[in-house]
Ligand binder design. Structure first.
Ligand code: NAD
Length: 283
């Protein structure tokens, strides 16, 4: 089974569009997401375009704030402070990576935790690991949603996550654990990675190396979630999984593009609605 992130994402966005109209009726305003981009990184520009498009599609308020590449850290922090204090703004996202002269850690921590739609703020990260109410990071949240929508059972299953980054690997592992999977986090120092992965009923690859996960990594019938985004020499977008080789072995698989990527943006929309509701209901 191919898990079509595009189709699932579209139906979730359609439902949110209706929900947002109802929220506007009920609360007298729409959820508002502000996206900040610094500089002209082409990949970042393209990601931001997708986010703004989804914002418009779902009927949110908000827009893009564009700052030049040589914008100082102080200017960016002042912009964030202004949005933190704006009662009509529900979500703030600063597109990463930032130019070298700006501290990403400082910027992430400067966004008010209640408006942190990316779920990167240390307070939200801590709350996630403490099982407290928090804003979940979008990509891990989207992966769980994909598994649920595809009818893949998580509880009692063995999951292997390749990659231990703060934005993907670790939080995905935590969310799978919270759903009662038995989770192994594999990484660049894992010995005999293929054998470790072959144990998995659910295999999540979040590495950033094209076609690294071959058929020998996959237990027959396993669900394979490909988070990786890589460009081949001829400019083609591919994941971490050798899709053609793994497709006949896997029980379910996400393609790249069209798998986890669209879900990440859709979960950003979901988080914006949640931030709006938390703020309106003063949770
Ligand atoms: P990262 O570079 O922070 O982490 C990569 C992880 O892979 C590290 O923990 C490292 O230990 C592990 N690793 C590296 N080489 C390895 C090897 N040979 N064997 C086993 N493990 C190895 O990256 P990240 O931010 O977690 O992103 C991972 C990938 O997911 C990237 O391709 C990124 O572009 C993509 N990504 C996609 C989305 C999406 O929406 N689809 C969102 C975020 C990241």
């Amino acid at each position: 089974m191919i898990i079509d992130g595009k189709v699932i994402s579209q139906s979730l966005k359609d439902a949110m569009k209706i929900e947002v109209d109802a929220l506007a009726e009920q609360y007298g305003r729409r959820p508002c997401l502000m996206v900040i981009i610094v500089g002209n990184n082409p990949a970042s520009r393209s990601y931001v375009r997708g986010k703004i498009k989804a914002t418009e599609y779902c009927g949110f308020d908000g827009h893009l704030v564009e700052l030049p590449e040589d914008c100082s850290e102080a200017t960016l922090l002042a912009e964030i402070d202004k949005l933190n204090n704006d009662p009509l703004v529900d979500g703030i996202l600063v597109q990463l990576p930032l130019p070298k002269h700006i501290s990403e850690d400082k910027v992430i921590a400067a966004i008010s935790a209640e408006k942190d739609v990316d779920g990167f703020h240390p307070e939200n990260v801590a709350r996630l690991w403490l099982n407290q109410h928090c804003i979940l990071p979008c990509t891990p949240k989207g992966i769980i949603e994909l598994l649920d929508q595809a009818g893949v059972e998580i509880a009692g299953k063995k999951a292997v996550v390749i990659g231990r980054s703060n934005i993907v690997g670790k939080p995905v592992a935590k969310l799978l654990l919270d759903r009662n999977a038995t989770v192994t986090i594999a990484h660049s120092r894992t010995k005999d990675l293929a054998a470790v992965c072959r144990e998995a009923d659910i295999l999540v690859a979040a590495v950033g190396r094209a076609k690294m996960v071959t058929a020998e990594y996959v237990k027959p019938g396993a669900a394979v979630i490909d988070v990786g985004i890589n460009r081949t020499e001829d400019g083609k977008l591919v994941g971490d999984v050798d899709y053609e080789a793994v497709l006949p072995v896997a029980g379910a698989i996400t393609p790249v593009p069209g798998g986890v990527g669209p879900m990440t943006i859709t979960m950003l929309m979901r988080n914006t609605i949640e931030c709006f509701l938390n703020r309106m209901n003063n949770k």
